[in-house]
Design a protein around this ligand. Structure first.
Ligand code: NAP
Ligand code: ZN
Length: 353
């Protein structure tokens, strides 16, 4: 066991602050990673503030962060995929049971025994729960380590590990492709990646935003059209016309307004995870045989596929790089939708403290 620097919160109400946490020494199949950048996901904020208490109660102290990129510093004797110096990433998962049907199919995100990067019981007993990427080092089994294409900017690649795969996976599942009309609701960290992927897959892409000042950005990111969702007239023009809508909104909002925009057999998938239930008007689904569903992150093989796709097509997140000392301010700004479009922590700032 060794100690490493980190930022943790002692309770839902306390700010994130400098601390030191234990990490295990790499075992046979482990990869030790020096963390260079970590993205800030809205899930980090929901968790740190214990907003998902009913589903996933937070355990304190908590160290969030699941958009991790860094360089391999050490590998166990049985590691075959990575060597010191490699650029790698870690997303929301660090382990699973590896034997269930989901794991055998590479769909570890559905494993009933998955271990999340932070807040899950630590099977190695290093700490009560796993600690995430707001830290300068992490040790992860090689099966849960991803390869980062060398041509991508690292700070901008970090958000691919959660925002990237969470939007890529449902779009692949629901067949987003040329000739399809696709909506993305909420232009934040997830939403802006959703726009980039829908555009790259050749779909006619429409952004729904509550922030009129994001219109130009949405077009630049790849949207064909932008709709300010508070404008009922603008919304009406698109009634019954969408094949697929990805809802990336972090707060309670009216999903029925978007279900009404789906065409026959259209699907609306929630990736946004508001803390309160959302009322659904079922007649909106019945007429048109529409479906309303959800989707969590993605499995390891698909996450690697997404990273390789991003390498080939030069896709990364639009990031504002910040020192870790600005993390509490960054959380406040994220709540005000004031980030273009993902914060990425430069972990060198932690080392210099
Ligand atoms: P984010 O960067 O804060 O973006 C959320 C966006 O939602 C905002 O930029 C804003 O876009 C819109 N929005 C915010 N409040 C709203 C409101 N009251 N009404 C309507 N729109 C509102 O957050 P994120 O990191 O992308 O995460 C989004 C959600 O996805 C969070 O709930 C997060 O926990 C969840 N998530 C889920 C998964 C999964 O596996 N399913 C993975 C990661 C994250 P506009 O300004 O354009 O309106
Ligand atoms: Zn996330």
């Amino acid at each position: 066991m060794y100690k490493t620097r980190a930022y943790s919160a002692a309770s839902a109400a306390s700010p994130l602050a400098r601390t030191s946490i234990p990490r295990r020494d790499p075992t046979e199949r482990d990869v030790q990673i020096e963390i260079l950048n970590c993205g800030i996901c809205h899930s980090d904020l929901h968790y740190k503030r214990d907003e998902w208490h009913d589903v996933m109660p937070a355990v304190y102290p908590c160290v969030p962060g699941h958009e991790i990129v860094g360089r391999v510093t050490k590998v166990g004797s049985g590691v075959t995929k990575y060597k010191p110096g490699d650029l790698v990433g870690v997303g929301c998962l660090v382990d699973s049971d590896r034997t269930c049907r989901e794991c055998r199919e590479g769909l570890e995100q559905f494993c009933p025994n998955m271990v999340l990067t932070y807040g899950s019981p630590d099977r190695h007993g290093t700490a009560p729960v796993t600690y995430g990427g707001y830290s300068d080092s992490i040790v992860v089994d090689e099966r849960f380590v991803l390869r980062i294409p060398n041509n991508l900017n690292l700070a901008a690649a970090a958000p691919l590990l959660c925002a990237g795969i969470t939007t890529y996976s449902p779009m692949r599942h629901w067949g987003v492709s040329e000739g399809k009309k696709v909506g993305v609701v909420g232009l934040g960290g997830l939403g802006h990646m959703g726009v980039k992927f829908a555009h790259a897959f050749g779909a006619h892409t429409v952004v729904f935003t509550t922030s009129p000042n994001k219109r130009e950005d949405a077009l630049r990111l790849g949207a064909d059209e932008v709709v300010v969702s508070k404008d009922a007239n603008e919304m009406k023009k698109h009634a019954g016309s969408f094949d697929f809508i990805l809802d990336c909104v972090a707060a309670p909002h009216d999903v029925n307004a978007f279900i009404n925009l789906l065409g026959r057999d259209g699907n609306l998938t929630m990736v946004g995870a508001p803390d309160k239930p959302l009322p659904v008007a079922v007649f909106g689904l019945i007429f048109g045989r529409k479906s309303f569903s959800g989707s969590p992150i993605g499995g390891l093989p698909e996450t690697q596929e997404m990273l390789d796709f991003c390498g080939t097509n030069n896709i990364t997140a639009d990031v504002e790089v910040i020192p870790i000392q600005k993390i509490n301010e960054a959380y406040e700004r994220m709540l005000k939708s004031d980030v273009k479009y993902r914060f990425s922590i430069d972990m060198a700032s932690l080392k210099s403290e």
